[in-house]
Design a protein around this ligand. Structure first.
Ligand SMILES: [Zn+2]
Length: 86
């Protein structure tokens, strides 16, 4: 009477994504609402990201994660579209 062990899927954290931007490469991490427990100031719109809001954390690829910023997801995407003035 062998007990069958259910196959377990390894729980892998969502990997950070490297994105290319006009001002360099950025690591981007998606934060779920349940993981967001603090208030942050979004540098895109200068408004607060209230707790429980799914949002984006991004930091320059050549810097440490300690330099990360919290962005509203649409603000990060809008930043992506904005081209440097010329
Ligand atoms: Zn914002």
């Amino acid at each position: 009477m062998g007990k069958r062990r259910p196959a377990r899927k390894p729980v892998t954290p969502r990997p950070d994504v490297l994105e290319e931007h006009p001002d360099g490469d950025w690591y981007v991490r998606a934060i779920t609402g349940s993981a967001s427990t603090k208030r942050y100031r979004c540098p895109g719109c200068d408004h607060e990201i209230v707790p429980a809001t799914p949002h984006i954390v991004a930091w320059p690829a050549d810097r440490s994660i300690d330099d990360r910023r919290h962005w509203h997801t649409p603000c990060w995407k809008a930043r992506n579209r904005r081209s440097p003035g010329r």
